[in-house]
Design a protein around this ligand. Structure first.
Ligand code: NZQ
Ligand code: ZN
Length: 380
């Protein structure tokens, strides 16, 4: 087992109507908020009205920045930070999924340090402090609500990658499963794939940490058990709650203790390549990339895949384990091949070129540029 430091300061508020505690909680951090949200789902499902009325009840002044899109971009963060600085806000309330919350985390650093978002992401600057971020999560997927990571995209440089800093933990996160009831079937499935992928990334970071392996097993089994039920009953509170908590736990540090890295993350890097080029949703990029990566790594890491099979399916066949994981993604209607998202074989070289430019490799089972062509072929 590797040595590790465990630190997670985010206070989780979980349950139905939990947002009733939001105003009082925000008030402790300040009385002027920058409220950030996405492209408008919160207005349609009523979450916007509930959050605003809760803040107003506590006489909290609200400045809004909206329009954060899935696969969020640095320009939005720079604009939000400029607004927040001009308005002298003291706290950020991020209402949305991973895209909004990630953007809010970097906005907090940019306001406090007067930084440009890309300088933060590329570590050209070293933030010392942040505006506190309070998250109201509306989609179960990324785990950003209880972690220190943010992922942003820069379309000018053709890059999308993660940034981690303990200053990025949300101070509080409000998780009302009923806020996820309106997530459509496709994004519900992408979120489930994302949480399973996070647990798998941790598993393949090795580290000889048996308890962390068991957490991975529990999280994936919970997801595989609840997923078909939830996909049939999208309005079931209990299934939403179980998937929500599984997604939070899949990337809050609990699966990483005792490993050298939080995950291998090569599959996420491949997924980010696809999102950058074709703007496909994060979870959909992973359901395509994971089967290909497993098949590619089959010989090199067969013992570890076999262990995974024993944990998840009670058998030790490498091929059956890869097939079962692929079938699971397919069973919830996530794409497992590039053709399913209309990316035809003429795009192969374009994908390889961006992987080369961004040096996709992973932390443990490192990929070599010579490997890219085969991996991309396996995604077709
Ligand atoms: O923009 P709006 O209108 O709000 O609509 C969103 C968006 O279209 C919609 N949505 C969210 N909550 C909803 C809802 N629709 C109906 N009802 C609701 N309650 O869902 C769509 C997707 O939202 P988004 O925030 O993009 O999804 P997700 O939470 O999957 O976040 C994806 C982003 O997180 C990054 C990904 O790379 C991607 O950029 N990740 C962040 C991580 C982290 N910070 O730890 C780790 C992950 O691996 C991931 O990379
Ligand atoms: Zn992910």
């Amino acid at each position: 087992m590797e040595s590790f430091v465990a630190y997670n300061p985010t206070m989780i508020h979980f349950g139905k109507n939990i947002v009733n505690d939001l105003g009082e909680t925000v008030h402790k951090s300040g009385n002027k908020v920058l409220m950030m949200y996405g492209m408008g789902s919160v207005k349609k499902n009523g979450i916007y009205d509930e959050v605003v009325s809760e803040l107003m009840k506590h006489k909290i002044e609200i400045v809004e920045y909206h329009g954060i899109r899935p696969n969020p971009v640095v320009e939005d963060v720079d604009k939000a930070a400029k607004l927040g600085r001009e308005e002298k806000i003291s706290v950020i309330v991020a209402v949305g999924g991973g895209s909004v919350i990630d953007s809010a985390k970097i906005t907090g650093l940019c306001i406090a340090g007067r930084f440009k978002a890309w300088d933060v992401m590329t570590r050209a600057v070293k933030p010392k402090t942040s505006i506190p971020v309070i998250a109201v999560l509306t989609l179960a997927a990324t785990g950003t609500e209880m972690n220190q990571f943010a992922i942003l995209q820069n379309n000018d440089t053709g890059q999308k990658f993660g940034y981690g800093n303990p200053l990025c933990f949300p101070v509080h996160s409000f998780l009302d499963p009923s806020y996820t009831l309106s997530v459509p079937a496709n994004y519900t499935a992408y979120g489930i794939t994302d949480l399973v992928a996070h647990a798998l990334e941790a598993f393949f970071a090795n580290g000889n940490s048996s308890l962390s392996d068991r957490f991975v097993e529990a999280i994936i089994k919970e997801a595989m058990h609840c997923a078909p039920l939830l996909m049939r009953h999208l309005h079931n509170y209990d299934y939403r709650a179980r998937i929500l908590w599984a997604s939070t736990c899949a990337l809050n540090g609990i699966t990483a203790a005792g490993r050298a890295y939080t995950g291998d993350w090569a599959v996420h890097d491949i997924g980010h390549t696809l999102s950058l080029l074709y703007d496909i949703p994060h979870g959909a990029s992973l359901s395509i990339a994971y089967p290909a990566w497993l098949k590619f790594q089959r010989e090199k890491i067969q013992d570890r895949i076999r262990e995974l099979g024993v944990h998840l399916f009670n058998f030790s066949s490498v091929d059956k384990t890869i097939a079962n994981i692929t079938d699971f993604f397919r069973s919830i209607d996530c794409p497992v091949k590039l053709g399913a998202v209309n990316i035809e074989t003429d795009k192969k070289q374009e994908i390889i070129d961006l992987m080369l430019k961004n040096k996709v490799n992973g932390t443990v089972h490192k990929l070599h540029p010579d490997d890219y062509s085969r991996i991309v072929e396996l995604m077709y």
